[in-house]
Design a protein around this ligand. Structure first.
Ligand code: DP6
Length: 329
């Protein structure tokens, strides 16, 4: 690609051990460690072109001019890249998601990972996965994990501070797991994750307990992934999910992402697992109403069929461990 422009693709990711809460709001550092799977095929494509003719950054999302607050978040990332590269030019950013935006399907994660990679490359900075991850993390913590392939983790910052980046635990072919997304709405979520977690941290009486409990769940999930122990991973994942949501629901006023269809899909997963069928499947949900079911590839048809029949589930998307962020020629 010619100078001052670059294109990148990044996939969404789903946290198995949830991030919810910030240790440092200014540096955007997480209060808890997290573990995730990067999800093919849910992808964001982003093109960045620095252009001497532009007076301000422009951001097109899905073919339309983005909201001013979305453009402001993009400009913040671009400002970091401009500072690193000694560049003053404004940029045009064109981005498209192949899945619903801002509805709890982690579009900000793939979006900021793709933007970080494309912006660095367009500014002439080398492809450095860790630097891309840290740059994406400064905009949105979960985006750090979309930089890495397969099974990834984002530890606590410790000495890394603002260089905190995700790292791969195991590559995509480590374990043939599937995530079946039960889509329950195509609309935008009412409370974004940033606002939701900040409000939770300030007002939920359970927040301190959540922060104290999360590292142990995260360690169990990490060890379970390495040992390919699905019941261990699934049990701790469901626990992490429900603990996060319980903590948010106890905020004042409550932050409730669940809808009737969310609970119905959760019930479907638990019945599949605990009923006569005994399918090894566990559920998770992010800051949105969708349920994502984790299972082995051999059980995916049964899980998909059961979720499709669930009241309020509009459609399902089957995902698998995917690639980390990449530049596209
Ligand atoms: C529930 O990464 O979107 O999806 O850092 O404020 O941008 P910011 O938050 P964000 O939060 C994601 C929360 C979550 C859990 C997770 O992905 O770990």
């Amino acid at each position: 690609m010619s100078e001052l422009q670059a294109r990148a693709i990044a996939h969404a990711n789903i946290a198995l051990a949830k991030y919810w809460g910030k240790a440092d709001e200014k540096l955007n550092l997480p209060a808890v460690p997290s573990v995730s799977i990067t999800l093919a095929p849910l992808a964001t494509h982003t093109h960045v072109r620095f252009d001497p003719k532009l007076e301000s950054d422009r951001f097109l999302l899905g073919g339309k001019a983005a909201q001013p607050e979305e453009t402001a978040r993009v400009t913040k990332l671009l400002d970091r890249v401009r500072a690193l590269a000694g560049l003053r030019l404004r940029a045009k950013v064109t981005s498209s998601n192949d899945f619903p935006t801002a509805s709890g399907l982690a579009s900000s994660a793939s979006g900021f990972a793709a933007l970080a990679a494309a912006a660095r490359a367009a500014a002439g900075l080398p492809f450095d996965r860790s630097a891309i991850s840290a740059l994406a993390r400064a905009s949105s913590v979960s985006a750090a994990r979309s930089a890495v392939a397969g099974f990834g983790e984002l530890p606590l910052a410790g000495k890394a501070g603002d260089r905190l980046a995700a790292r791969m635990i195991a590559p995509p072919d480590h374990w043939p797991l599937r995530i079946v997304v039960a889509v329950t709405t195509e609309g935008r979520k009412p409370v974004g994750s940033t606002g939701g977690m900040q409000h939770t941290a300030r007002t939920s009486p359970y927040y301190a307990s959540w922060v104290a409990a999360a590292p142990r769940l995260c360690a169990q999930i990490r060890a379970g992934i390495l040992a390919r122990d699905l019941p261990a991973v699934g049990t701790a994942m469901e626990h992490s999910t429900l603990a996060m949501h319980a903590c948010a629901m106890a905020a004042a006023p409550a932050v409730v992402y669940f809808r009737p269809a969310t609970l119905a899909a959760l019930e479907t997963v638990r019945t599949l697992r605990e009923g006569k069928t005994c399918v090894p499947v566990w559920a998770t949900a992010d800051a949105g109403p969708h349920i994502k079911a984790l299972c082995h590839v051999r059980d995916v048809k049964r899980v998909e069929a059961a979720l499709r029949k669930t009241a309020g589930v509009l459609r399902t998307i089957v995902c698998e461990p995917g690639a980390g962020v990449e530049l596209i020629p």
